[in-house]
Design a protein around this ligand. Structure first.
Ligand code: PBG
Length: 331
């Protein structure tokens, strides 16, 4: 005879059928939560990115095609990252606020076609800096905080004038959220939101992104402005500051390896939380999937669900279009 354990509590009862499982499901994931980062360049043809199969530096035409496909599966938010020719880079990143630059022109083209599309622009100097840093580099190698913020404000204003809905400072300078808020408000852009890269870590998971934009630092690293991966309490300090300075949303980046930080921010703040599944996370999933070592669809959706469960409202992911298609059953 089978010995029956006298268990009053049997959690498996709530898993016994698909109907019960979906009735008690705690976390949902839909395309409306996903934000698609896109690389753009001046060329007439898209250029594939070696370490990010399926991603490219988009031409105008291929960008519109990609957004069309994302829009069709319910993705309503994109973030733009420009690859700038070396000849247009300088130590102060002045190309970042050129009103005829690649980003303002791209915003205009997207807005013309999809007025409802939420366009997020990155505020940082690295794509425009001949030094490959997010801020201005002093002769002794230090990254100059307050001088950088002056340029970041010009960049954010330039993006707002071009029609950006959300500006997202990813530079990690101190005080930039407040300064950008004031600069926007002074020019009447009170409706432009700020998505703050609040807890952005000095992570090796950004490697493929820097290849995509050819934006790696020429010397040194980003450890004097991006956070130490060992620190979580410090993320709460950054969150308090960004909130006080007027951020509309807080971001944690990378996402998967930093779920504890997402959960901590969720607990600490009433603001919406975003998380960025970065280029290296994408590359890992892709590489294993391409070798047949992981089931791509299942593992990607699981990784995104985990980020949602940790507390993220919005997820930036290079899988946004594909995941959107899977989620609405058209992929
Ligand atoms: C730079 C920026 C980076 C990313 C977004 N904005 C790279 C960096 O800080 O070096 C990384 C995104 C990714 O890896 O997908 N301002």
């Amino acid at each position: 005879m089978i010995h029956r354990l006298s268990l009053r509590e049997r959690p498996r009862r709530n898993r016994k059928s698909a109907a019960i499982r979906s009735a008690v499901c705690e976390t949902s994931l839909g395309p409306e939560r996903l934000l698609l980062p896109l690389f753009v360049h001046e060329g007439d043809a898209p250029v594939p990115i070696g370490s990010m199969p399926g991603c490219a530096r988009h031409s105008r035409a291929s960008l519109l095609q990609e957004v069309e496909r994302a829009w069709a599966v319910g993705v309503r938010m994109v973030a733009l990252f420009p690859a700038i020719a070396d000849a247009l880079k300088d130590p102060r990143g002045t190309g970042s606020y050129d009103p005829d630059g690649l980003v303002p022109r791209t915003i205009a083209a997207l807005k013309e076609r999809w007025p409802e599309l939420v366009i997020v622009t990155d505020v940082a100097l690295d794509p425009y800096s001949s030094d490959g840093h997010d801020g201005i580099v002093a002769p002794d190698g230090r990254i100059l905080n307050d001088e950088t913020i002056e340029v970041l404000c010009k960049q954010a204003l330039c993006q707002a004038r071009a029609g950006a809905d959300v500006v997202a400072p990813s530079d990690m300078m101190d005080g930039r959220v407040g300064a950008i808020r004031d600069a926007l408000d002074d020019e009447g852009f009170t409706e432009v939101s700020i998505l703050a890269y609040t807890a952005k870590y000095a992570s090796a998971f950004y490697g493929p992104f820097r290849e995509a934009l050819d934006s790696a630092p020429k010397s040194g690293d980003k450890k004097t402005y991006q956070m130490d991966p060992a620190n979580a309490r410090e993320a709460l300090r950054e969150a308090s500051l960004d909130e006080a300075e007027g951020a509309d949303m807080l971001m944690v980046k990378p996402a998967g390896p930093y779920l504890d930080v997402i959960a901590a921010l969720r607990e600490h703040s009433v603001l919406p939380i975003a998380a960025y599944q970065v280029s290296g996370e994408y590359a890992m999933l892709k590489a294993a999937a391409e070798r047949g070592w992981l089931d791509e669809r299942k593992v990607v959706l699981e990784s995104l669900m985990a980020i949602r469960r940790a507390g993220a409202d919005v997820i930036l992911t290079y899988y946004a279009r594909q995941a959107g298609a899977w989620l609405v059953g058209s992929g």
